[in-house]
Design a protein. Structure first.
Length: 400
């Protein structure tokens, strides 16, 4: 029943578009409509569901399909309900209208990131249920809040709860990224995220004099060090076949200080967004930065607003039976895939932190990457192909 505009629409596509029309957009999201929608899906699948609250107004919805051998570790299919803000006047169609154009492109915030995936999980399960298939392993489908703002009241805290422990998760699937060519990418790890700032304090005074020990001189030293580091990583990326997730990214994002052009200020603060490549030793790197601060002069202080710790990537070897099942299924479907470290952050890192293997994957190929961009869209045929891919993948995982 793959449809163009004048045919009957596949019910998975209709569900997808309905979910897209719920404006679960930051800031201050009201998740109640999402919860209502998901619980209705659970009911239509005749599966039990639970809603947990790690904080008021921050629901985590879990739909559970208990396997024949519930004592086996389960499969977790995770997606987030929230989406990032939009600039509505930059969109061709209203961003929460889920407009489908003549090519079958469905436009909406969340079309790629990642409401498509949440629905594809559910629709794959709908197919199994209709075919009366049964699996050994229990499957949990989780819908979490606030991934786009760090998951502080979502997966980040949920993984620490007894409720999560009770799910007995053995393996998790979560979001990846679309690819513009024919292949797919499987993300098996994430870099370590550091958001840090360095306060440079020095001699204040009149803008006409050449004072020693000024905040500006220290700021310059620090910026040089970070920018040299950045240059090295850029060069490494350029002169190799490494991907953006394989090197460290360093970006200067904010500079604060000063009040008037003829006043030398007592203080400058510079902020950096740093994502450490997985092979970087965090302790050593922190000491290097502290050394730079020392060299810059007295009154130069390093502080972190986010200080991630190294999380071991998921092992992609024959000992990881889930990985073997995934890989074999990709070969069987004759789909090309690359293995990569995710350049940004997702909820999978919190799952991997517990030692649970997790793979980030979005079954979207030959599609421009519009995550967080204007005119985010997904073609309905790509969506339905993705559903078929999940149908095969989840089955092979649940049979491990
Ligand atoms: Zn996402």
């Amino acid at each position: 029943m793959i449809s163009s505009n004048n045919c009957i629409e596949h019910e998975a596509v209709t569900n997808f578009r309905e979910y897209l029309r719920i404006p679960s957009v930051h800031p201050n999201i009201d998740y109640s409509k999402c919860v209502e929608f998901i619980l209705r899906q659970a009911q239509s699948l005749s599966l039990p569901s639970n809603v947990y609250y790690m904080a008021p107004g921050k629901p985590i919805v879990i739909i559970t399909w208990t396997g024949q051998k519930p004592e086996l570790p389960s499969i977790l299919l995770n997606s987030h309900m929230d989406v990032v803000p939009v600039y509505p006047d930059k969109w061709t169609y209203k961003p929460f209208s889920a407009h489908k154009d003549i090519n079958g492109d469905i436009y909406a915030r969340g079309a790629q990131d990642m409401k498509c995936i949440g629905i594809q999980y559910l629709e794959a399960i709908r197919k199994y249920r209709r075919e009366k298939l049964v699996f050994n392993r229990t499957i949990h489908v989780s819908f979490v809040p606030d991934e786009e703002i760090g998951g502080f009241f979502g997966m980040r805290i949920f993984v620490k709860s007894p409720e999560f422990l009770a799910l007995n998760v053995g393996f998790a699937l979560d979001e990846g990224m679309p690819s513009t060519d024919n292949s797919f990418t499987l993300f098996y790890g994430e870099r370590t995220c550091w958001h840090l700032f360095i306060k440079c304090m020095g001699t204040p005074g009149h803008g006409s004099l050449l004072h020693d020990n000024t905040a500006g001189e220290k700021l310059r030293y620090i910026i040089d060090k970070f920018m040299d580091w950045r240059d090295c990583e850029k060069l490494r990326l350029k002169n190799s076949d490494l991907g953006p997730g394989d090197v460290t990214s360093v970006n200067l994002t904010i500079i604060e200080g000063g009040c008037q052009i003829n006043v030398v200020p007592p203080e400058f603060t510079v902020y950096f967004d740093v994502r450490l490549a997985v092979e970087v030793n965090c302790d050593i790197m922190e000491n290097v930065i502290k050394q730079w601060c020392k060299e810059a002069g007295e009154g130069v202080i390093l502080e972190f607003t986010e200080k991630g710790c190294h999380v071991e990537p998921t092992k992609l070897n024959d000992e990881n039976l889930y990985w073997v099942a995934l890989k074999n299924q990709f070969d069987k479907m004759n789909l090309k895939f690359k293995k990569s470290i995710f350049p940004g952050s997702t909820d999978s890192i919190f799952i991997r932190e517990l030692g649970i293997p997790a793979i980030g994957f979005s079954p979207i190929n030959n599609t421009p990457i519009r995550l967080h961009d204007h005119n985010e869209f997904l073609n309905e045929v790509t969506f339905l192909k993705g559903l078929d891919i999940y149908y095969n993948l989840i089955k092979s995982l649940a049979l491990v």
